[in-house]
Structure formats: structure tokens, C-alpha cells
Ligand binder design. Structure first.
Ligand SMILES: *[C@@H]1O[C@H](CO)[C@@H](O)[C@H](O)[C@H]1NC(C)=O
Ligand SMILES: *[C@@H]1O[C@H](CO)[C@@H](O)[C@H](O)[C@H]1NC(C)=O
Ligand SMILES: *[C@@H]1O[C@H](CO)[C@@H](O)[C@H](O)[C@H]1NC(C)=O
Ligand SMILES: *[C@@H]1O[C@H](CO)[C@@H](O)[C@H](O)[C@H]1NC(C)=O
Ligand SMILES: *[C@@H]1O[C@H](CO)[C@@H](O)[C@H](O)[C@H]1NC(C)=O
Length: 468
């Protein structure tokens, strides 16, 4: 299989993956037999295989001691391989945010582990920030249960925001979340949206329509045939009409633009939805909506690939220097962050068109064996709807990669591509996970389809603090 074809620097890793996955599968079965009653979704948190390195930078391959039944190593050699755990402590609160946080404790735990300290920036775009912003909406909705408003007053917003960051930090989250995710306490206040109270909201908006569209969001359909997103937009329009007319008439500097007003009103709509749904249902819905947005753009930062262009330009059959400069460039890109399979398609296309504009005519992805997964940190492509970072007190933080996406990077058909739609007939390419395959750890086929590779927290921390 792929193993046979693997020959270049980057591709050499495919082989490792299959070897180690095999090892992991047998290890996993032992563990299941020993201690874990099989349950559909615990599968992911039990996966304990360390990642393969996608280039020699990440060598040596490390395996969590937890996966080895009879630990062959003396204890002394283990410390760098052990996962790290967050130090939790009792947070010091302002005392001025009138909210009982214990009722939303479980959603805060989820948010804290999705934004855990060293991982936060690496999964910020796809996991941490979507979860953090979902939590903020849920918090607003929860707060509004004891008031007539769907938003927080300015004075309280600051204190509550501080408390939230403190509590999350006390549970292991990175305290720079506001910076990583560009969120401020003013996000709680409804900003320039003219409707902030529940009565006016419910008078202006067809709430039954909104609730019907958003109480369960279909992860397979919402991104391409949206139901909830247009309902939120309609509701936001309905409550922003008066303000939109005003800002159109005045158009003075310092006035919120109509885009601002609409965005602020969307926040109010989210808050209303959170009020009506359980926090789990709201969170699931909001995360699907974020995934749709996140998967539309490539979050990677491509510096001008002049060396690759020089090495690969005007050659029909690029030689070793072309592939090696391409591989070096991609190995650099790969260090930026974890991305989803769909983002990788966009990133490959964006980068390919940069190369084409520079005069690279041949599909050098194919010639140099560049895979989609080469664009994501450690070759781990997250699913289009990324799972949460899981904290397990024996393995530390882990997250799941989608190994089924062993797909060649697509070379754009022309350098002038402007936007890429992953909807339409070809949308099944790296399909969103279906509920059947997700919840079926018993069948080997499904297991292989959704083989999960957990990158343990310690790998990342070695990468961040050890080698550099
Ligand atoms: C906060 O909520 C929890 C559970 O929802 C409850 O047990 C606790 O008594 C509440 N605390 C206060 C101060 O109301
Ligand atoms: C939190 O994230 C920031 C920004 O990415 C990073 O620089 C910092 O090291 C992280 N903090 C910890 C304690 O890991
Ligand atoms: C917070 O507000 C800023 C500016 O008002 C906006 O750009 C951003 O999208 C908001 N973030 C969230 C999570 O709502
Ligand atoms: C609200 O929307 C529903 C479903 O689209 C529609 O049947 C109903 O007539 C609407 N109600 C009002 C008051 O417009
Ligand atoms: C893991 O956490 C559970 C529940 O908090 C606890 O009962 C268990 O003892 C912990 N295990 C370890 C190894 O710390």
C-alpha cells in the first residue's frame, strides 16, 4: 500500500503510521479487555499512540508509557515522555459577577481543556476559539435567565469576563485566550445592536422559526445547505433594522457600520438561542456553525516561496533540488498549527496558486509526493468538525486526527483561483464524519475509517520547550 510508494522525505512517514497504528490497535484491544467497557465515544480519549514525526524534526518517535503493558523502560528514562497535567487551583474571583458558575461547570471544563495551556494557540483557530466563543454565548444566555436582557451591562461584563478567564485558567487553560481568540468583554454587551431585551426580541423575531432551524443542527448538511445560519441572519436583520437605517443615513465617522450592527445583533440572537437550549445542545449547534466558517479559509501564513519558485520554475520534470526546497518550505508551514482536512485542501490550493503565479507550471505536489496532511502540524489533519481536546488524568491532553484522509494535495487548475467551494458533487472528498461510523468502535471497518491518532500533550511540549 502507501508504504511501498513512500520515498521522499515527507512521504517516508506514511509507512511509520501504519506500523504504529497496528501496534496501537493491538495495544488498544488489550486495554479495552483489561479495563474499559467499550463505549462509542470514549474511543478517542483512550487512544494513546504518539504521533509519527512528519519530518526528522520530530524524531524520535515517542509512545506514551500508558500504551505499553509491561513497561520495558527504567523509570528514570521516562520523564520526558510523560504527559503533563494542568495545575489546577482555586481561582480568585472579582466577587462582582452575579453568576453561579457551578451550573455551567461542565461546559467550562470542556472549554478549559480545548484551550489548555500550550495547545491553545496550536488549536486556536479550529478548536479553542470556536469552543471559547460558544461558551461565551452560552454564558450570556445563562446570565439572561435571571434578567430581562439578553446581554450584560458594561460594568458587569468586565468583571464577568475576568472571572471567566480566571476560572478557565484555574482549570489549565491558557490565560492568553482573549488575545489568541481576539475576544473582549465588550463581546458580552451586544454592542451596537439596538435590541437587547427579551421582550422586544421576541416581538420582532419569529422565534419559533429560529428555534426550529437551530435547535438541532445537522453537521452533514449545515455547511453546504445551511438552515440555522440563514435563520440567525434573518433574526439579526429583524432586530437591527432601525439601527441599519440610521447608520445608512448618517454615515459619520465613529458610527458603527451596518456590518458591525449585524454582527452585534447576531451575538444577541446566539444569546437568545442559548437561553432556550440546554448548554450541551447549544454548544453542539454553535460548534457546527463555527466549523462551517472555519473550513472556508486557510489559516496558515505563507511567506513568499521564492526559493521553491526558483528551484521549480520552468521545469517539466523538477529534480531533487525542487522537491527538497518544496519539502523544506512545507515542513516550515507545518509547524504553524493544526488544521482540518478541508482547510488543508484550501491551503494546498492557495499555496499552489502562489507557485503557479511565480511560474511553476508542473504539478509539483504530485511529483514531490506532497499530501494534504503535510500541511498540518505533525501531519495530523483534524476532522472537518474537529473533536474536543480530551483530558484524561492518566494520559494528559490528547486530540484526534483523521487518518482516513491520506489524500494527495490538489494542484489548482489555474493560478487565478479566488475562492474554492467544497460544496457540490465533490463535497464528499474528505467527508464530515457520519454518526454511524463515529459511534461504532466494534466494527473493524469503521475503526480503520476513523482511526484515531492521538497526539499527546507531551509531544507538543517537547516540541515547544524541548527542542527550540
Ligand atoms: C450554585 O448552583 C449549584 C448547582 O447548580 C447549587 O448546588 C449551589 O447551591 C448554587 N450556589 C449558590 C450560591 O446559589
Ligand atoms: C499561552 O499561549 C501563548 C500564545 O500562544 C503562548 O505564548 C504561551 O506560552 C502559552 N502559555 C503557556 C503557559 O503555555
Ligand atoms: C467580538 O467582538 C469583535 C468586535 O466587536 C468581533 O470582531 C468578534 O467577532 C467578536 N467575537 C465573538 C466571539 O463574538
Ligand atoms: C414564523 O415562521 C413559521 C415557519 O416559517 C411560519 O409558519 C409562521 O407563520 C411564522 N410566524 C409569523 C408570526 O410570521
Ligand atoms: C482520575 O480522576 C478520577 C475522577 O476525578 C479519579 O477518581 C481517579 O483517581 C483519577 N486517577 C488518577 C490516576 O489520578
Amino acid at each position: 500500500m502507501d508504504c511501498v510508494k513512500a520515498h521522499t522525505h515527507l512521504k517516508g512517514t506514511v509507512c511509520h503510521q501504519f506500523l504504529f497504528l497496528t501496534f496501537w490497535l493491538s495495544g488498544f484491544q488489550d486495554l479495552m479487555a483489561l479495563q474499559v467497557p467499550p463505549g462509542p465515544s470514549r474511543f478517542s480519549s483512550m487512544s494513546m499512540l504518539a504521533s509519527h514525526p512528519s519530518s526528522s524534526i520530530f524524531e524520535p518517535i515517542q509512545i506514551s508509557p500508558a500504551v505499553i503493558p509491561h513497561n520495558p523502560f527504567p523509570l528514570e528514562s521516562l520523564p520526558p515522555m510523560y504527559p503533563s497535567f494542568p495545575t489546577t487551583y482555586i481561582p480568585v474571583l472579582t466577587g462582582r459577577c452575579p453568576v453561579n458558575f457551578s451550573a455551567i461547570s461542565s461546559i467550562m471544563d470542556k472549554t478549559a481543556s480545548d484551550c489548555s495551556q500550550p495547545l491553545a494557540a496550536l488549536v486556536g483557530n479550529v478548536v479553542c476559539c470556536p469552543q471559547f466563543s460558544s461558551f461565551l454565548h452560552i454564558f450570556q444566555g445563562y446570565y439572561s435567565l435571571s434578567s430581562d436582557n439578553l446581554v450584560l451591562q458594561n460594568a458587569v461584563a468586565d468583571d464577568c469576563f475576568k472571572d471567566i478567564i480566571n476560572i478557565l485558567g484555574s482549570r489549565g487553560a491558557n490565560s492568553s485566550i482573549p488575545t489568541i481568540c481576539s475576544v473582549k468583554s465588550s463581546n458580552f454587551t451586544g454592542g451596537s445592536c439596538p435590541v437587547k431585551d427579551i421582550m422586544t426580541f421576541e416581538r420582532k423575531v419569529n422565534t419559533s422559526k429560529l428555534l426550529e432551524a437551530c435547535s438541532t443542527v445537522d453537521p452533514l448538511k449545515e455547511c453546504c445547505r445551511p438552515v440555522c445560519q440563514p435563520a440567525i441572519k434573518d433574526a439579526a436583520l429583524e432586530i437591527s433594522v432601525s439601527q441599519l437605517l440610521m447608520s445608512d443615513n448618517k454615515n459619520t465617522a465613529g458610527q458603527p457600520t451596518s456590518v458591525d450592527v449585524l454582527n452585534d445583533c447576531k451575538g444577541v440572537v446566539y444569546s437568545w438561542i442559548s437561553r432556550k437550549l440546554s448548554s450541551d445542545a447549544a454548544n453542539t449547534a454553535f460548534r457546527i456553525l463555527s466549523a462551517c466558517k472555519v473550513n472556508k479559509v486557510c489559516p496558515l501564513d505563507f511567506k513568499q516561496p521564492s526559493e521553491v519558485i526558483n528551484a521549480c520554475r520552468n521545469v517539466a520534470a523538477p529534480g531533487p533540488s525542487c522537491c527538497s526546497s518544496l519539502n523544506t518550505y512545507i515542513a516550515g508551514i507545518q509547524k504553524q498549527m493544526l488544521i482540518t482536512n478541508r482547510q488543508a485542501i484550501i491551503c494546498a490550493t492557495v499555496f499552489g496558486s502562489m507557485l503557479q503565479k511565480g511560474g511553476v507550471i508542473t504539478d509539483i505536489y504530485k511529483l514531490c509526493d506532497v499530501d494534504l496532511k503535510d500541511f498540518s502540524l505533525q501531519g495530523c489533519l483534524l476532522r472537518s468538525l474537529p473533536a474536543d481536546v480530551v483530558f484524561d488524568n492518566s494520559t494528559g491532553f490528547s486530540f484526534t486526527c483523521d487518518l482516513s484522509d491520506n489524500i494527495a494535495a490538489p494542484w489548482p487548475s489555474s493560478p487565478s483561483f479566488s475562492s474554492l467551494s467544497l460544496c457540490g458533487p465533490e463535497m464528499s472528498l474528505p467527508a464530515l464524519p457520519t454518526s454511524e461510523t463515529l459511534g461504532n468502535p466494534g466494527s473493524r471497518g469503521a475503526e480503520l475509517d476513523h482511526l484515531i491518532l492521538a497526539l499527546l500533550f507531551f509531544i507538543i511540549s517537547t516540541f515547544l520547550y524541548g527542542d527550540m
